[in-house]
Design a binder for this molecule. Sequence first.
Ligand SMILES: *Cc1c(COP(=O)(O)O)cnc(C)c1O
Length: 381
Amino acid sequence: MQQRIWLSLAHMGGKEQAFIQEAFDTNWVVPLGPNVDGFEADLEKYLQTKPKTIAALSAGTAAIHLGLLLAGVEKGDEVICQSFTFSASCNPIVYLGATPVFVDSEKESWNMDPALLREAIEDRIKKTGKRPKAIVPVHLYGMPAKMDEIMAIANQYEIPVVEDAAEGLGSTYKGKPCGTWGRFGVLSFNGNKMITTSGGGALICPDQETCQKAIFYATQARDPYPYYHHTHIGYNYRLSNICAGIGRGQMLVLDEHIARRRQIQKIYQKAIDPIPGCHIMDNPSTDSNSNFWLSCIVIDKEQSGFSAEDLRLFLDSRNIESRRLWYPMHRQPVFAQAPAYLNGISDACFEAGLCLPSGSSLTDEEIENVISCIQHIASRK
Ligand SMILES: *Cc1c(COP(=O)(O)O)cnc(C)c1O
């Protein structure tokens, strides 16, 4: 049988080991150093943010945690989060002793529905007498959320936005990079994301002072004393200088990798959209420029004769990995008690959608293989 085709693999550019070697040669084998500084500077340049406003951290989840903390989220608060996402978007809300309030998606981008966001804010104020403390929209699979509308609502109610761009590095909305719209932006460099540091993340901050605060919390909240003195509870969330070396190497190939993922989405679209009942998720308008971290197929079972789960099982039998879309947070047993404002969109997407192999290291032959499997299952029914 052919080698397994994976959903999204780490894809090294070739220069990563040189940065790691340099770290070893200079004995910077610690969670700070030239690679951490260099990686942050690379990200700031890429995202066109001011210098010293991005803090490299051990994970995207850590970045969400610190973003919420710096946004002032405390025990007993409510935080609005997109329901259609990975659990890492909302777990940190609970770390802080706050309650997630889930908001469903609009159907163009599958991200937070601005109309429902407004409704949720109004209703929470009515029910609790308090405004939610933060809003967490997500750019799912790299597709930009309607950030202009979300920011207008957030600004009207003066609620800070922690923008989860863990999947959205390189995507833009109305020309502005995802991750730079909210008061805080979150990136992830986990193994299967746009670029990897083997594991890591970053918090994009509004200014240098806030970024310093993020780094303070990420390095055990040590006060500037000659001995270990603490006025705050800290975390061990800084990125290692070794991992940051991988990140610096990855930044050299980021644009290439984004171009390849976009190309893969186009190849799928051209071959699959003509199949009855099948559709490849695309930018809803020229305002959105997705990085197409993952290409998603949407299947109308009535028309196609097979479901997303049928296709997943069939691809798996052909040694191809695919993945169901995120199971919405309002459906998760662990969040059963959380308030939710729903319109049925994320439930429908979950039922009909499947993520196809999309990694930038996939060959044209592998993509053709995936496509012919889909054509095969479609012709069988
Ligand atoms: C991957 C991911 C995260 C978490 O990032 P880690 O680096 O894995 O901690 C958060 N939100 C979304 C939407 C993600 O896909």
